[in-house]
Design a protein around this ligand. Structure first.
Ligand SMILES: CC(C)(COP(=O)(O)OP(=O)(O)OC[C@H]1O[C@@H](n2cnc3c(N)ncnc32)[C@H](O)[C@@H]1OP(=O)(O)O)[C@@H](O)C(=O)NCCC(=O)NCCS
Length: 207
């Protein structure tokens, strides 16, 4: 009985995998975009995925757009190998044109995340849009609620490898800014600034 049950579950998985392959193949042909077969795409009820022409989602990416949420991926933008993008219920994540998001980067959009056109995001970057409230020691953290914020990244920004964007309120990174590899961004970064460190501080400006 257990064997039959396992066989049945395996069969369902195969059928689901096949249907996903057909869906992505048809979608790719119609929209001139590319979603790798080995990526996972979950779209909740009344959620929107807008993939502009030439947008690509590479292998092993995991994309979860929850109920009433929106994910926009602009023209020619690239979601790298193994990236994880989660757009929470009713949240919106806007990725402009020709944005490149490096392998294994992680975007947690709990409210609003915008990434301006031409922005380059290196590998292993995390953009975090919310956190648990935790101050009361007698209530489990999971029951204390969740704070969310907006992260607005301008156009033509360069975010180095392993950067973590983790503010505790809404922030913006100005157009043309450069964030040094390994930094933790917690506050606003002005246009054309070169910022780095943990927390990131402005070290200078591009000429
Ligand atoms: C920021 C960066 C571009 C600077 O490169 P650079 O111009 O060759 O480096 P410099 O050593 O001249 O650094 C310029 C300033 O930024 C500071 N800085 C550089 N890297 C830093 C870091 N990781 N954390 C904190 N500050 C840093 C330097 O201290 C220096 O400040 P100073 O002028 O007060 O001394 C580079 O350090 C970097 O992080 N590049 C990202 C590379 C990457 O992630 N590639 C992945 C593929 S896209």
């Amino acid at each position: 009985m257990l064997f039959l049950n396992n066989m049945f579950q395996h069969l369902i998985k195969c059928i689901k995998g096949f249907l996903f392959m057909c869906y992505t193949a048809i979608f790719t042909l119609i929209t001139h975009t590319r979603i790798s077969f080995s990526s996972s795409l979950y779209i909740g009820t009344h959620a929107h995925l807008i993939l502009a022409r030439g947008a690509r989602i590479l292998k092993y990416a995991f994309i979860d757009i929850r109920k009433k949420a929106t994910l926009h991926i602009g023209r020619g933008s690239l979601i790298g190998r193994g990236c994880e993008i989660i757009v929470d219920e009713t949240a919106s994540c806007y990725i402009g044109d020709n944005v490149s998001i490096g392998s294994f980067s992680n975007i947690r959009c709990n409210k609003k995340i915008e990434i301006g056109s031409g922005t380059l995001i290196a590998q292993f970057v995390s953009i975090i849009g919310g956190q648990y409230k935790y101050k009361k020691k007698d209530i489990p953290i999971v029951k204390q609620g969740f704070t969310t914020w907006d992260v607005i990244i301008g156009k033509n920004v360069w975010i180095g490898a392993g950067v973590m964007i983790l503010p505790n309120s809404s922030i913006s990174i100005g157009d043309g800014a450069v964030i040094a590899a390994g930094s933790i961004v917690t506050t606003n970064i002005p246009e054309y600034a070169i910022a780095g460190g943990r927390p990131a501080k402005v070290a200078g400006f591009r000429e």
